[in-house]
Design a protein around this ligand. Structure first.
Ligand code: HEM
Ligand code: HEM
Length: 270
């Protein structure tokens, strides 16, 4: 009997410790209540904006600028100009890595801040997907840099990592399109208790998303030209004294180094 009572006291003590830890974690997180409910107090559409709502708005705008404007701009720059000049790569990494980095970090960072300020603690797909997108963005930058700096010769044409980078890039933007819809259509009313936003937001979002797809599809018509250039470049490479080649050169994407080489070959009349 004494053992049972002692075990109960220990269990009671441990439960108490857990509850106080959960309470402290919750308090430091800035939320007023625990759980994963979606119970924001209903608020009228024209009530003045509260502090956390302003954070959410800036988060929404910055994230949309990052993922629907800046990153697509870097992608289109590559798609539309890579077969015409040798500067596309410089523009691509500056837009994607520097401009994209700034807007992504500020935009998504404000999402975490907003989450900290929102009075009700909520769980949502938007929050989970947001973290995945952030991770994929950094992975994509690392992969892009890897492709550029580590030229791996691949005997069957373009190396898989080049395809992977392009596909992952499109996937990130595609996922962000959905994430942005979740943001304004689900998170905003869920976190603020305000009514759904007007359908103008959905129309603008849909129009822009369709335009992004149509524009990229248009750019894909340049693929045959790109493959022809890459074949020419590769053949010239094969028929030239290997010791004369830049050591790290692999004709997989025509960035600055590859273009210089291609031009030098053309000047030599190959
Ligand atoms: C691709 C664009 C976006 C990304 C990557 C993104 C990412 C995130 C992340 C990472 C969080 C915090 C998650 C956490 O603390 O666990 C968050 C919170 C939030 N986001 Fe976004 N977001 C995006 C666009 C938007 C848009 C357009 C809106 C519309 C207003 C929005 C509304 C919200 C709201 C209301 C929260 C706070 C949710 C809460 O704590 O209850 N987001 N977002
Ligand atoms: C500093 C960061 C980055 C670097 C150094 C980089 C580098 C590169 C390189 C070397 C290529 C040529 C690959 C090839 O097709 O052979 C490329 C293409 C591409 N990159 Fe990036 N990249 C970066 C960030 C990003 C990001 C963040 C995205 C999108 C979220 C992205 C999307 C793409 C796409 C879609 C292509 C293929 C374009 C096309 O030809 O249609 N990149 N990038």
């Amino acid at each position: 009997m004494a053992t049972v009572v002692r075990s109960w006291r220990v269990a009671e003590y441990l439960l108490g410790v857990c509850l106080s830890m959960a309470f402290m974690a919750n308090a430091s997180h800035g939320h007023s209540s625990g759980g994963s409910s979606d119970s924001a107090v209903p608020t009228s559409a024209n009530a003045p904006l509260r502090g956390f709502e302003k954070t959410i708005i800036v988060h929404g705008i910055m994230s949309t600028v990052a993922f629907l404007l800046v990153l697509p701009a870097g992608i289109y720059l590559a798609r539309f100009t890579r077969t015409f000049n040798n500067k596309w790569y410089t523009g691509h990494w500056i837009i994607q890595g520097v401009l994209g980095g700034l807007t992504v970090v500020i935009g998504v960072g404000l999402g975490f801040l907003a989450d900290n300020q929102v009075p009700e603690e909520r769980e949502s797909p938007h929050k989970d997907i947001g973290k995945v997108i952030l991770f994929l963005y950094f992975a994509q930058c690392a992969l892009g840099a890897f492709i550029h700096f580590v030229k791996i010769r691949f005997r069957w044409g373009r190396p898989p990592q080049n395809y992977f980078h392009a596909i992952l890039g499109l996937l990130i933007v595609g996922l962000s399109v959905y994430q942005i819809w979740l943001g304004f259509a689900r998170e905003w009313p869920g976190a603020t208790g305000r009514p759904n936003l007007s359908s103008a937001y959905t129309i603008a979002w849909l129009t822009w998303s369709i335009a992004l797809v149509v524009l990229y599809a248009g750019g894909l018509t340049l693929l045959p030209r790109q493959w022809r250039q890459e074949r020419t470049s590769k053949n010239s490479n094969a028929s030239t004294n290997a010791s004369a080649l830049p050591t790290q050169y692999a004709p997989v994407h025509l960035d600055d180094q590859a273009w210089q080489y291609r031009e030098s070959i053309e000047l030599k009349g190959h």
